[in-house]
Design a protein around this ligand. Structure first.
Ligand code: ZN
Length: 444
């Protein structure tokens, strides 16, 4: 395990003037990260985290190959030096140096001469999009291959080809990182993004850039909640983090997976598995018509892991155009021109509004949640005989006591009960004083 202390900041971000200064800073980060060949393990992930560590206090973790994590096992570490195919006339057919999507990610090493037909069996292309390179992986099945524009594949002449894939698959580690911004409460809001894709911008350098900028903003002032960012390889990284933290997941009050936030489409919010958890209601209140809402499904990004039935964490997903529904998805066309500073900027602003909505709404916990408390013993029955703004105070008290389950904020209780906010706040203050309610933060 290594720790990186990067508390000294270069301060280049946010200095640009104009309408989208945060967006342009995020684009600059994307441009730096774009050329790196990432995978679920290896030096591409480490270089990516080194760059993020220039701006954020990251705690980097290395989990050794062979470690059991839930139902998975950390695979051998993959690294690549070069890969290319040379044609019958000595011409370079495809070269990793031109684009790192050209290599099947996690290819085993190969150095051999093959006939055209055998080569073609190892080539991946998109006949419907003949000018782009597809993104393909083979993490858990040993294979070698190249990804190529279909137009070039069709033009390959008969003859023999020299194939070189200089990769290593050796015992090593899986690398992931966390950034924690402590709040007044130990209750946490989780943000998570995957960092395993090579040169593609929307999926998912956009998620990395927005999450990094969000945490740079969060650390500027202390807030009610503690905020935790997870930068981890997709699936196996989230599984690893959950495996390492399964005894402390109770502290998570809600969260969001961030991915695909730079494309030209509208924002999309995919509900948590609970569909109606506080995070789902808060996002709806904070973003309103700005966001298309999708129900939960067990397909997608790492919300699948956080929302697996044993954990059932209230973690939704913020994206733009849903993955797989735009032609640039998982191809070389998901490049620097496909995303924009303005879209990154507005995605960051949406995350900030969600944070402010979470922070601005008090959540209570009942100290006696088993049966109604005997209100007369606390002096609450007689004292709360009146009403505020038309809401009988006894009714307001019963609502607050019932929904003081940690998953309902004041505004949720008001919406569900129809009680006036002022009445709910009044009775909640009395119930806190009587010891029947607690908030996340003592004295809040
Ligand atoms: Zn992807």
């Amino acid at each position: 395990m290594t720790a990186t202390d990067t508390s000294v900041k270069s301060g280049s971000r946010g200095d640009a003037s104009g309408s989208a200064p945060n967006g342009r800073a995020m684009m600059q980060l994307v441009e730096r990260l774009y050329p790196i060949c990432r995978s679920i393990t290896g030096d591409g992930v480490r270089r990516t985290l080194d760059i993020l560590g220039e701006e954020l206090d990251l705690r980097v973790r290395e989990v050794p190959t062979g470690t059991r994590v839930l139902d998975w096992e950390i695979p051998r570490e993959w690294n690549i030096r070069e890969a290319h195919v040379t044609g019958p006339a000595g011409e370079r057919i495809v070269d990793f140096r031109d684009h790192n999507l050209h290599v099947l990610n996690y290819s085993v090493p190969v150095r051999r001469r093959v006939a055209r037909d055998e080569l073609v069996a190892h080539l991946h292309s998109l006949p419907d999009q003949p000018d782009v390179i597809p993104y393909r992986t083979s993490y858990y099945r040993e294979a070698w291959g190249f990804c190529i524009q279909h137009r070039r594949l069709e033009a390959l002449p008969r003859g023999d080809y020299d194939v070189v894939i200089d990769t290593s698959l050796e015992p090593g580690a899986l690398t992931l990182a966390e950034c924690v911004v402590p709040g007044r409460s130990e209750r946490e809001i989780l943000f998570s993004t995957h960092i395993c894709h090579p040169s593609m911008c929307n999926d998912n350098l956009s998620g990395i850039a927005v999450q990094a900028a969000l945490f740079e903003w969060l650390r500027r002032e202390q807030r009610r909640y503690t905020y935790r960012a997870i930068f981890a390889p997709g699936t196996i990284g989230a599984v690893t983090w959950l495996s390492m933290n399964r005894r402390s997941l109770d502290r998570i009050a809600g969260g969001l997976v961030l991915s695909g936030l730079g494309d030209p489409g509208r924002l999309t919010y995919k509900c948590s598995r609970r569909e109606g958890a506080r995070i789902d209601r808060v996002v709806e209140r904070a973003l309103g018509d700005e966001v298309n809402q999708l129900p939960f499904s067990p397909l997608g990004y790492d919300e699948r892991q956080y929302g697996s039935p044993g954990f059932d964490l209230p973690v939704g997903r913020l994206s733009r155009t849903p993955y797989g529904t735009y032609p640039q998805y998982h191809t070389s066309a998901d490049d620097l021109l496909f995303i924009s500073a303005a879209q990154l900027e507005s995605a960051l602003a949406a995350c900030q509004r969600i944070v402010e909505a979470l922070e601005g709404d008090t959540v209570w916990y009942a100290t006696k949640p088993y049966g109604e408390p005997q209100l007369g013993r606390y002096g609450l029955y007689d004292e709360l005989a009146g009403e505020i703004e038309g809401t009988p105070l006894r009714e307001a008290l019963l609502w607050v006591l019932n929904l003081a389950d940690g998953d309902h904020g004041l505004l949720d209780i008001a919406a569900r009960s129809g009680c006036a906010v002022a009445a709910l706040e009044h009775v909640a203050r009395r119930a806190v004083a009587a010891g029947l309610l607690e908030t996340e933060v003592a004295g809040a």
